[in-house]
Design a protein around this ligand. Structure first.
Ligand code: NDP
Length: 316
């Protein structure tokens, strides 16, 4: 049997190359994308064999769309072996928050709440699947962690007491901590939620289900379209800076291969952990389990985040 993984945001960057790398490992990938034409073109451009993928629509910025996606996935009849929560938006220049159809701030919805809902429902599909090695992987990033060099640049992520979530996360609320809108912080906050979600999934479900839950920082993939909403000059200089000054630059291909390894390779069958390859791209660089940020390893905050998120996505 060909193993099946869902990869969100597979139409570009890390998700696209992860799809390619999983296909190379003999997997079938459900490319969960908001732009079907773009996804189709991207898969063809990379010459991913047709038997290795199916493209299905999802808009992670809409909870209703996530539910629709799951019902579409179920009609394929494929048992589920892997999930990769990869899609994300980063909107550093916007002055006013964008909103999901539910009225929630859009960066947090796309990157965290949409995936949170998806993971919670797909747990059932994974439990039902006959596989013996099932994994759910959520993309992290160095900027979630102020203890690391790459995470020290302000604004720093801070979920605070999750007051914004507690109060319903709709207008006039824009941020998880209930404070003033800051789009870069919204991205970083969403990534802290991603890591907390992975750790909570592990604490709650690993023993009972045997599913492996993990996160990773694949390296600084400075030339993905993630930075498409930044100043053009930034887009030009950032990859150069990462390549020649910090040495943190990782190609999309290598980042995608790292994601696929965490989903499929035997040495990454470890639950509750966050994988890193360090910031420097060296040949044959070894992966290691890295400590996550103080907020992302705070179990009490994780529980709060979990309970509020359940309410926001309509599961509680
Ligand atoms: P890209 O912008 O290249 O890819 C993001 C993907 O998410 C695209 O396929 C995009 O679709 C999709 N997406 C965005 N919004 C939605 C939505 N509402 N519904 C469905 N899909 C959506 O970024 P990267 O490949 O760089 O980022 C992928 C992941 O890697 C993110 O989680 C990011 O945080 C993480 N990461 C990236 C790093 C980097 O340096 N680039 C470093 C560390 C982590 P579309 O093609 O339609 O826009």
């Amino acid at each position: 049997r060909m193993k099946t993984a869902i990869v969100t945001g597979a139409s570009s960057g890390v998700g696209l190359y992860a799809t390619k790398a999983l296909a190379k490992r003999g997997w079938h990938v459900i490319m969960a994308c908001r732009n079907l034409e773009k996804a189709k073109q991207a898969a063809q451009d990379l010459e991913i064999p047709e038997e290795n993928y199916t493209i299905l629509h999802v808009d992670l910025g809409s909870l209703q769309s996530v539910r629709k996606f799951i019902s579409d996935f179920r009609t394929t009849g494929r048992p589920l072996d892997g999930v990769v929560c990869n899609a994300a938006i980063y909107m550093p220049l916007i002055k006013q928050p964008l909103r999901s159809p539910e009225g929630y701030e859009l960066t947090m919805t796309t990157n965290h709440l949409g995936h949170f809902l998806m993971c919670n429902i797909l747990l059932e599909d994974m439990k039902r699947s006959p596989g013996t090695d099932k994994r759910m992987v959520i993309l992290g990033t160095v900027t979630h962690n102020p203890d690391e060099l790459g995470g020290k640049i302000p604004p720093r992520p801070d979920l605070g007491e999750l007051k914004g979530f507690a109060e319903g996360f709709k207008e006039p609320i824009t941020m998880a901590d209930g404070k003033k809108f800051e789009p870069v912080k919204a991205y970083k906050d969403s990534k802290v939620c991603n890591v907390l979600t992975m750790r909570e999934l592990h604490r709650r479900y690993h023993d009972a289900t045997g599913i492996t839950f993990s996160s990773l920082y694949p390296g600084c993939v400075a030339d993905t379209p993630l930075f498409r909403n930044h100043y053009p000059l930034f887009q030009k200089l950032f990859p150069i800076f990462q390549k020649y000054i910090t040495g943190g630059y990782v190609s999309q291909e290598l980042a995608g291969d790292r994601v696929a390894a965490v989903v499929a390779d035997p040495e990454y069958k470890q639950s509750g952990v966050y994988w890193s390859w360090g910031n420097r791209q060296k040949k044959n660089r070894q992966s290691f389990v890295q400590k996550v940020s103080p907020q992302a390893r705070d179990d009490e905050r994780g529980e709060k985040m979990w309970d509020y998120s359940l309410k926001l996505v309509g599961l509680a």
